[in-house]
Design a protein around this ligand. Sequence first.
Ligand code: TYC
Length: 113
Amino acid sequence: MHPDVHMMAGPQDDDSDTVVITDVKPKTKRPPLYKVLLLNDDYTPMEFVVHVLERFFGLNHAQAFEIMLTVHKKGLAVVGVFSHEIAETKVAQVMDYARRHQHPLQCTMEKEE
Ligand code: TYC
């Protein structure tokens, strides 16, 4: 935090100039990250979900199978954490791919705390 110096003066001021020093926060916030979530349903084949996880999230077969099973058992799982733009792209890719194959698979994103 560096000090910010304000000179309070002017021709309308009658007597002494006043120096006000306030602390200024260095306001460089890191951009938020977004969790990409995969949701369970009763119809999408397990092998299709595994394929999606390999294809769009760069997981190997064992990792993809494990996450698919977590979604199947728990209802949902985080499949990755990305910038807003990358997360949006992943969600769109999965939703489009599922729609083209006529599976009801749902993928969504959520801001990380
Ligand atoms: N529940 C599905 C089934 O039994 C498999 C499945 C897993 C579907 C994960 C969606 O995100 C999902 N065929």
